[in-house]
Ligand binder design. Sequence first.
Ligand SMILES: [Mg+2]
Length: 217
Amino acid sequence: MNQSAARGTSGNKPRRIIGFDIDGVLTDEMVDGKNIWQREIEAYFPGIRLLEPDFAFTTAFGLSWEEVDRFMEEKAEEVFRKVKPHRGSREFVRFLQEAGFTVHLITARFPCYDKVTREWLACHGFRPDGLWFTDGKGALCKELGIELFVDDCYENCLDVRDHGVTALLMTAPHNLDRPEEKGIYRVSSWEDIKACVLEYYGLSGWDRGQMPGITAL
Ligand SMILES: [Mg+2]
């Protein structure tokens, strides 16, 4: 991310409202080198193999919508319950909140997964200021005053960017071929996310003791 994107400190009182996607951003979907959903789908549909990395299971595995619906109905909660958080995610979210940031989580999961999602968040130590279930992420980001949003879905990043919000695209197999665009910056880890967020808000000196009132991780 270049310096021109670092506009979060304009004015005397920065708002510092930030948002994160859950699946593929808070959650680490890779288990022993294979995506957790791929692993579960291959076990559920014997003989099924990944055709191409894609966000949609229909394209990725050649499944029908009916098959995807049946799989999600039977297995989604189990996956949502057992997936692990990305290393460093909880610590950095907590750091941001202690530094005065408002942190929203916006997921395209269906609202029927509210309970399992809240239980998973609590279990792993996330206490978001807001939790939202929608695939209209750009409009909601704008409504909430979010300045920076992290998602692994390229289309969501475009939507968010088109609503005037800076987007960080978390690298995943299904978005490797997507180009960086103005207002969309690629990150590959929570270390990258941390670096981009601190640069965006002009907090890069926090770890050198240059930011009074902000405690290092
Ligand atoms: Mg996601």
